[in-house]
Design a protein around this ligand. Structure first.
Ligand code: ZN
Length: 283
C-alpha cells in the first residue's frame, strides 16, 4: 500500500520530522502476538491457510508482503509505546487495527496492534495502567472485546453510532455520535470526556488511535470534520495528555479516500500536531 510510504515521505518533505526522528521497528515475536491472538489464528495467517470466509472478513488479499507489513505495523506500535514512555510523545506512521479479535481479523484489521502493544508493555513491566483513546470513526470493537474483563486497561471509543461494525462491543466508555456531526460539536464532545478520564484514571500510558475517517469527505465516515477540525482534535488530545504528564503513543488509524494526496496530508496532521506539542512543551 503506497499510503504508508508516502506519509513517511511527506513528513520529511514538509520538514515535519527529520530522518533522525524515525525509528525502525523489529517485527514482534509470535510469543508477543500470542499475548492477544490464538496460536491457530497466528499460524494460519502467517502461512496463508485461513479459510476463505475468515480471509473475506479481513477484506484484504493474503500475500507474504501483507504479512510483513502487518507485523511491521504491530512492531511499530510497540516501539511507539516504548518511545512515548521515554520521550513523552511518539507517533507511528501506521497502526490502529482495532477491529482484530483474538481468533479472527475483520474490517482490514489482522492483528490488533493496540492490544498487543498494551500487553507487551505490561508483560515487560514498563506500564501497568493503560488508557486507549480510540477516535477512529468506527468503534474499536476488537480492542473493547479483548480488554472487557481487564481492569488495568480502559477502552474509550468515540465513533459514529450507525457506522461499522454493525454489532458493537462494550468499551469501558463508548460515546456514539450522530451522523453528520461537525468540528465544533465533535471537539466539544471530546472536551467533555477527555480531561476527566485522564485525571480519574491517571494512566501510565495513553495509546491514541487518530483515525482520520471522521472527515467529511471520507468514503466510509459519515461525520463531517474538516482538516482544521482534525488538527484541532490532535492538538486537543496530545496537549491534554502531555500537559497532565501522561505519555502518549499515537497510531494513524483509518482513512479512506480516492484522493490519496489529500488523505496522506490528513494523516500527517497527527504528526504536525505532535511536533507542535513536542516543541510547546519542550519535551
Ligand atoms: Zn475506521
Amino acid at each position: 500500500m503506497p499510503k504508508f510510504k508516502q506519509l513517511y515521505q511527506l513528513l520529511l518533505t514538509d520538514d515535519v520530522a527529520t530522518p533522525a526522528q524515525f525509528h525502525l521497528p523489529k517485527p514482534p515475536s509470535t510469543d508477543w502476538i500470542g499475548l492477544v491472538h490464538t496460536p491457530d489464528y497466528i499460524q494460519s495467517y502467517y502461512y496463508g491457510t485461513l479459510d476463505p470466509k475468515a480471509q473475506r472478513r479481513i477484506g484484504l488479499p493474503w500475500s507474504p508482503a501483507l504479512v510483513k507489513r502487518t507485523c511491521t505495523a504491530v512492531g511499530g506500535t510497540i516501539l511507539t509505546a516504548q518511545l512515548a514512555l521515554k520521550y513523552g510523545l511518539a507517533c507511528n506512521t501506521a497502526g490502529g487495527t482495532h477491529h482484530a479479535f483474538p481468533s479472527y481479523g475483520s474490517g482490514f484489521c489482522i492483528f490488533n496492534d493496540l492490544a498487543i502493544a498494551t500487553r507487551v508493555l505490561q508483560h515487560l513491566g514498563l506500564a501497568q495502567k493503560i488508557l486507549i483513546i480510540d477516535l477512529d470513526v468506527h468503534q474499536g470493537d476488537g480492542t473493547a472485546f479483548i480488554f472487557q474483563d481487564e481492569p488495568s486497561v480502559f477502552t474509550f471509543s468515540m465513533h459514529c453510532e450507525v457506522n461499522f461494525p454493525g454489532t458493537k462491543q462494550k468499551s469501558d466508555l463508548d460515546v456514539p455520535l450522530p451522523v453528520g456531526m461537525d468540528d465544533d460539536a465533535y471537539l466539544q464532545t471530546l472536551a467533555r470526556y477527555l480531561p476527566d478520564l485522564l485525571s480519574n484514571l491517571q494512566p501510565d500510558l495513553v495509546l491514541y488511535d487518530a483515525g482520520v475517517d471522521p472527515h467529511a469527505s471520507d468514503r466510509f465516515g459519515k461525520l463531517a470534520l474538516t482538516d482544521t477540525g482534525l488538527y484541532r482534535r490532535e492538538m486537543q488530545v496530545l496537549s491534554t495528555c502531555v500537559a497532565g504528564g501522561y505519555p502518549v503513543a499515537s497510531v494513524i488509524g483509518g482513512g479512506y479516500s480516492d484522493d490519496l494526496k489529500a488523505l496522506i496530508y490528513r494523516h500527517s496532521l497527527l504528526h504536525r500536531a505532535a511536533s507542535e506539542v513536542y516543541r510547546q512543551y519542550q519535551l
